[in-house]
Design a protein around this ligand. Structure first.
Ligand SMILES: Nc1ncnc2c1ncn2[C@@H]1O[C@H](COP(=O)(O)OP(=O)(O)O)[C@@H](O)[C@H]1O
Ligand SMILES: [Mg+2]
Length: 373
């Protein structure tokens, strides 16, 4: 369990495909919960499936686990189609939001449960339980405590321990941290990353929380309305969102609708309202065609004196939220007929604007995401 995984096998870089979700669709009557999704999951990676509530995340996970069957398409584990394999033969560990622990049973009883179900040699069970307690950093003396005497964070650790004690090929996590408070959630995020680093587990994790996805995942699969929007390394998904949905869903992004005015070697320009916005030249752009532009709040400078950027507009502060390390603004920009969300990081106390202040907002052309329609 504690084999060190070479660097090229993790981070979604070199691993073989261990699970292949291949053209999978799931219909419930007339509702398409999962719509022709293909995701090859690599050995040893931490893959996060990210999407809003109702996007089809749990349905996808349930099909990998074997609780649901695809309507069309197939799921392969180690190159074998598994549609006819019941859940208990799929070698998969599971942690759901409701931890589904047995509250009156001891920690050991809970963790040993899957080993007993698998009829492992009883002589080995004690050792396996101790090894996994160490991995999830629960004190060995907790073994004989009833689970209900443990704190929320400790119960979370027991749930992880139970899911990985028999060293499954794959660990599936469905919003496992969503019932924890903020501080504990951050702690368990770090713990999950550490457990992933210290084992050769392949993890498929489902969440609607972008911060959770960005902080833990090697790769993120963004799904919306059952369909795959983007599958890329986490940093790439953030830096280069592939669709307007991804741009809007991840990060704090204002979307503006415009029309392409001109495209040259140096870049492109769109008209938005009565203004013009410069953005990078990209594929599929032609004059006169509609385009959606995405602006990240932290890329917009709010600075009355010198925005120093290609796109600069007069605006009026509509909302201010001073958060200490940053200030969040909503700025009305009349020329664009738009309301922009702006994050000013590390503000000096005397540079915090007030509601009603006139400001200049500006951003670099290269920081604009553009999606031709
Ligand atoms: N057993 C079911 N029967 C009918 N509809 C379902 C069933 N399970 C899920 N759905 C529907 O499928 C869609 C996707 O659900 P789900 O996979 O739970 O989304 P998520 O986990 O992303 O919130 C939703 O519209 C949900 O209502
Ligand atoms: Mg769900």
């Amino acid at each position: 369990m504690s084999r060190q995984v070479p660097d090229d096998e993790i981070n979604g870089r070199g691993g073989e495909t261990v699970v292949n979700i291949d053209g999978v669709t799931k219909r419930y009557g007339s509702l398409t919960a999962v719509d022709d999704v293909t995701i090859p999951i690599r050995d040893g990676e931490f893959l996060t499936i990210l999407g809003p509530s109702g996007a089809g995340k749990t349905t996808l996970l349930h099909m990998i686990a074997g609780f649901e069957q695809p309507t069309t398409g197939e799921i392969y584990i180690n190159d074998q189609p598994v549609s006819n394999e019941p859940p208990n033969e799929r070698d998969i560990g599971l942690v759901f939001q409701s931890l589904a622990l047995f509250p009156h049973m001891t920690v050991k009883g809970n963790i040993a449960f899957p080993l007993k179900m698998r009829r492992d040699d009883p002589g080995d069970i004690e050792g396996q339980v101790e090894e996994v307690l160490e991995l999830v950093r629960l004190p060995l003396e907790y073994k004989d405590k009833p689970v209900e005497d443990l704190s929320g964070g400790q119960q979370q650790r027991v749930a992880f321990a139970r899911a990985i004690v028999y060293e499954p090929t794959l660990l599936l996590l469905d919003e496992p941290l969503s019932s924890l408070d903020k501080k504990l959630r951050e702690e368990m995020r770090a713990e999950l990353s550490r457990i992933h680093d210290e084992t050769d587990l392949t993890i498929v994790h489902v969440t609607h929380n972008q911060t959770e996805a960005l902080s833990m995942a090697d790769r993120i699969a963004v799904i919306n309305g059952g369909a795959l929007e983007q599958l890329d390394p986490a940093k790439e998904v953030y830096a280069n969102p592939g669709t307007p949905f991804v741009a809007e869903f991840i990060g704090n992004t204002t979307m503006l609708a415009g029309d392409v005015d001109r495209v040259s070697d140096g870049g492109a320009v769109a008209t938005v309202g009565r203004g013009e916005i410069a953005f990078p030249r990209g594929d599929g752009l032609s004059s006169g065609r509609p385009v959606q532009l995405g602006l990240r709040a932290e890329k917009i400078r709010i600075d009355a004196s010198d925005p120093g950027t290609e796109n600069a507009f007069e605006g009026t502060v509509r909302q201010v939220a001073f958060e200490g390390d940053q200030t969040q603004y909503v700025v009305d920009v009349a020329a664009l007929d738009a309301r922009l969300e702006v994050t000013h990081q590390d503000p000096k106390p005397d540079t915090v604007f007030e509601r009603g202040d006139s400001v200049t907002v500006g951003w670099a052309a290269e920081d604009v995401f553009a999606y031709p329609e």
